[in-house]
Design a binder for this molecule. Sequence first.
Ligand code: FE2
Length: 286
Amino acid sequence: MSAQIKAFFHETTSTFTYVVHDGINPECAIIDPVLDFDYKSGRTSTQSADSVIQWIKDQALCLSWIMETHAHADHISSAKYIQNQIGGKIVIGEHITLVQGVFKKVFNYGDEFIADGHHFDHLIAENESFKIGELEVNVLHTPGHTPACITYDIAGKLFVGDTLFMPDVGTARCDFPGGDAQTLYDSIHHLLSYPDNTELYMCHDYPPQGREICHVCTVAEQKESNIHVGKGASKADFVEMRSTRDATLEMPNLILPSIQINIRAGELPDAENNGVSYLKLPLNQF
Ligand SMILES: [Fe+2]
């Protein structure tokens, strides 16, 4: 059975959110949903998430799973908001506990923040499988961009998160805490060991001028023309390129708010005694 895939593009953060179902049964999954956020005012909004919810309702689907590929640093997850609206279990890779542990220190959280992944409904291990209707989902651990990145293999189509970008964009940075270029190279080659016609679904696209945004390509296209790992690029060359390039990159605009909310599965930090939820801004830490 073939996966039916609907892609939504969040322009502000260049993120793709997917809804996946089997075309017969009502169950569906959302992958990497986005919460709108205006940094200047500190205001969240749900326009993008609501449009995904509306599409699901219009198709008479019911949401079983809300799947995160990793703790994103460039957009805030709307997983918890969507769950509150239409249900679904929020899942992420089991190594999210490492990421929570690192950022618990960065944000100096106290005992109230337990870095055991309990914020999510289920932590998925490598090779664990589950179903969306009749579609079999297998989980691959694909660390490197972060230590907890996973790829979802849904009936043979791979949702790669930030493990790969479109061939003319290349690969994601590896300089966040716990990131590692050698590890990313190995993860990418794991994905490229799939059959040439395997479809890879991106979490982002940052197209060069003149190209339309695109969310899918094949293993063959990546092997042939990925500017960072294509044409048999060696691990040493990749690590050299990544380290040099990462040293020039600014932090993503939304890394500080995103991480604080995304390691809580998209839930805002507990409100203080005035009913307001606050984010922290660690100075001179990045
Ligand atoms: Fe990312």
